[in-house]
Design a binder for this molecule. Structure first.
Ligand code: GLN
Length: 219
């Protein structure tokens, strides 16, 4: 079976080695016996939900986020269609923020996200949240380790689950002990490191989830 990965805005959204997540997905998918095909989808290109099994959307600085936030509106409907059809997404930091309702950046500019997940982010603070972070996902009984560096403080809507509960570090904000967001097959996190390289069990979970969905669709 072939797994088709979309590297969404991979040429713009790739801070702190987030592209390593893509290398890890490719590496682990091959080890697990799948063929892998990767396509970069960026500015002024269509996102076709039928063409992909995993979407990887990395983090970015405020400038890149401003450019991407505008273009993303043209992909909003098809990305939401993919997500609601249980498509697998990995979204890190700036990518996580833009899947949500909005991100108010460090200069106070409000960037609209696509509201694919019910979260919102404010970035007007004097300090960034930086350091090692550890979370625990109760549903899977798994611990994830990473490194965070963000100014944005993200708040989950009332029906949203975090990717994990903060054991050590800050997470989405320094108040509610939530880190990231797990909605349907969308896995969002502030973790760099990159998250999938440091947490092979999460990489494998994501690949197997995508493979099962593809298998069910092919049947
Ligand atoms: N610019 C955003 C923030 O600082 C995202 C940063 C990132 O993706 N690393 O919150």
């Amino acid at each position: 079976m072939k797994l088709r990965i979309c590297h969404l805005y991979g040429n713009l959204m790739n801070t702190y080695g987030d592209n390593g997540n893509l290398l890890m997905l490719q590496h682990r998918a091959k080890k697990l016996g799948y063929e892998v095909e990767t396509t970069l989808i960026s500015l002024e290109e269509d996102f076709n939900p039928e063409e992909f099994d995993i979407v990887m959307f990395g983090g970015g600085q405020d400038y890149e986020q401003t450019v991407v936030a505008k273009d993303l509106q043209n992909k909003k409907d098809t990305l939401i269609e993919y997500i609601e059809d249980d498509g697998v997404v990995v979204a890190i930091c700036g990518g996580f923020q833009l899947l949500g309702r909005y991100y108010v950046n460090a200069s106070g500019e409000r960037l609209n996200g696509i509201s694919a997940i019910d979260v919102c982010t404010n970035g007007q603070f004097p300090n960034r949240l930086i350091g090692d972070v550890e979370i625990f996902n109760e549903e899977f009984g798994e611990t994830y380790l990473g490194y965070e560096n963000h100014i944005g403080r993200t708040y989950l809507g009332k029906n949203m689950k975090p990717l994990g509960k903060v054991v050590k570090g800050f997470g989405n904000n320094e108040e509610d002990h939530a880190e990231g967001c797990h909605y349907k097959n969308v896995f969002c996190s502030y973790f760099h490191g990159p998250i999938l390289v440091r947490n092979q069990h999460l990489a494998d979970r994501i690949i197997q989830t995508a493979a099962q969905r593809r298998h069910a669709k092919n049947a």
